[in-house]
Design a protein around this ligand. Sequence first.
Ligand code: SAM
Length: 481
Amino acid sequence: MEKVIDEKKQGSALAMEPIKENGRKLFIESYGCQMNFSDSEIVASILAKEGFNTTQTLEDADLVLVNTCSIRDKAELTVRKRLEKYNAVKRTNPKMKVGVLGCMAERLKEKFLEEEKIVDLVVGPDAYKDLPNLIEEIDEGRNAVNVILSKEETYGDISPVRLQSNGVSALVSITRGCDNMCTFCVVPFTRGRERSRNPQSILQEVEDLANKGYKEVTLLGQNVDSYLWYGGGLKKDFEKATEMQKATSVGFAQLLEMVTKSQPKMRVRFSTSNPQDMTLDVIETMAKYKNICNHIHLPVQSGSNRILKKMNRLHTREEYFELIDNIKKIIPDCAISQDMITGFPTETEEDHQDTLSLMEYVKYSFGFMFAYSERPGTLAGRKFEDDIPEKIKKRRLQEVIDLQQIHSRHRATQQIGKVVEVLVERESKKSNLHWSGRNSQSSTVIFPKENYKIGDFVNVKINDCTTATLLGEAVGYSDNN
Ligand code: SAM
């Protein structure tokens, strides 16, 4: 599963079906995680009602919006470079307005207007419904800012337009914000406290997608296993809920079951799981329903108990192993993937070896690996010296990546000879004679097109693999069509 959106899609300008009556042109591009890409679909939906159609040509735009990421310094530098590019265009088209959305908007707030003179509009992740008013402000020549974080906003009532979608697979947000307070992470500061979306609005959105022909949904949140609906409000206020609210509350395993049962032909995925919140009932629900995909993205960040504690990850290495053992026992062919950070403050060679040995134990199918980047405002940023030299961070990162490559290939090789169900998503990037899709474990599978089409569920016999991709041939339709 592409938890971090494919590098090639980063910054791509998004396109939606034009509405005839709409006369203004919106250029919107997104950086960062799936959540940002999903949010841009909400923004496009709000702005479609305000007379905007999307354009993919920057120079034509009346309004340029960039949905930003703050997770690492590099992500912010990329956005600053884009702002320079908009600035150059604005010199030839002074009427063009530029707005910054998302995590960087939330982190820098008004500073953006001062530092980046070309920015007219700054909107945080919980304020998109205010966009019509904010745009009115900038139309009248004033700068506009709304970075208020909300206790309730889940955009449950907005039906997102699917931007640049393959028409097969869609992202559905189920929670917003995060309460975990990992010491390295900026998310709680940029996306606010955790709140869950009304299950009925989730079911409605999934039903709409099914009616439009979508075959797969990914339930999305910073920490999906922590999903808790008790009538609205912050997760941390659940204690104050009435007995009735508590008795009728819905947790993640229940939600997963509701979605799965409501659309038995639809594949259901979810991301991201935090080990401390993943419970056995979620794994058991996955095992019970064929249409829940056998893949869990389970970031661990480090294999060292000392570093896990310093990161405020609320589990130990041993507890993580117990969870992995349970997953493997209940769903033997479940793929597990990771996020890892190297060079967190004070990380020793011994801690790093603990990370490598943890990886040896799990043998992840794939992973997203990063060198630690200090983020202003986080607890680590305020309290811990960023004391691991860049060279060492990078060397450890490379060792982690190299080991992951070995494990990815090992996991891919295990698939050779098997027949797997693939949902066809797109043409292969390398050959127009081949389809590309994913199996239940989220591995990409490439096979000759024959007469199959995008959106078909096809049984594919795996004959070969590269590190990350399975290669095969179709043996027929699966019974899920
Ligand atoms: N709640 C999400 C999760 O658990 O996946 C966090 C989302 S974050 C976009 C994805 C990953 O970025 C994290 O799991 C972590 O590995 C990485 N990350 C977050 N903060 C970081 C930092 N300060 N430096 C390096 N990597 C970081």
